[in-house]
Design a protein around this ligand. Structure first.
Ligand SMILES: Cc1cc2nc3c(=O)[nH]c(=O)nc-3n(C[C@H](O)[C@H](O)[C@H](O)COP(=O)(O)O)c2cc1C
Length: 198
């Protein structure tokens, strides 16, 4: 079965550069054998997470959780907002930390002018606290890497996105398959990483 790579675009802006970055990386994941789908958070307006609430009856929340759960690995993009990931993206992770644990992420950022290090460190820290894995490099693009039509024109960024899409498609299934088989260890086996996060 093909690995299922889910793209997540964390910008709600019309004409988002983040979405373009995620789409290009997803295209490469698909060319490297994965099946792909994109969640644009603009199309799934989640409520602000309240820890005391249950969301079983919220159709948007349940749809998003279902898609996140079904995926083997992820390519997630954030706009850089004051050196952090977007609020919309952070809010998503508050809903789905259980569903992403033990799975691999490739991370990308769109910025105004910075290198994206701060927002990607922020995103990376959040994912690690959710017990997800993250590829050991980032991809970022600033406004000057796009033309007026909103197309990404920086060849180096295009190359890095291709590598990221490929790496998620190749390494994502290895991690998630191992994670799932860890869950089938005998009950009296030493506690595995997978058992610990469940
Ligand atoms: C609220 C806000 C905060 C921002 N903070 C930063 C920042 O800290 N560093 C930066 O380089 N650009 C910053 N920008 C610019 C955005 O990162 C840039 O417009 C990027 O293209 C947004 O991604 P999008 O096109 O996917 O919406 C900020 C923009 C907004 C609206």
């Amino acid at each position: 079965m093909k690995p299922r790579v889910l793209g997540i675009s964390g910008s709600l802006r019309n004409g988002s550069h983040t979405r373009v970055l995620v789409e290009i990386a997803l295209e490469w994941a698909e060319r490297c054998g994965a099946s792909t789908e994109l969640i644009d958070l603009r199309e799934y307006p989640l409520p602000i997470f309240e820890a005391h609430r249950q969301y079983h009856a919220d159709a948007t929340v349940q749809t998003v959780i279902g898609k996140i759960k079904a995926a083997d690995c992820y390519i997630v993009g954030t706009p850089e907002y004051h050196g952090c990931m977007s609020g919309a993206l952070k809010n998503l992770f508050d809903f789905v930390y259980t569903e992403i644990s033990g799975k691999l992420f490739g991370v990308v950022a769109a910025t105004g002018g910075s290198q994206g290090v701060s927002s990607l460190d922020n995103l990376r820290a959040c994912l690690l606290y959710c017990h997800a894995w993250v590829l050991p490099y980032n991809v970022a693009a600033s406004q000057r890497d796009f033309n007026e039509q909103g197309q990404l024109v920086n060849e180096q960024v295009l190359d890095r996105l291709a590598r990221l899409g490929r790496d998620v498609a190749v390494y994502g299934p290895l991690l998630v398959n191992q994670f799932r088989s860890d869950l089938q260890l005998p009950a009296d086996a030493p506690q595995s990483f997978a058992g610990w996060v469940q």
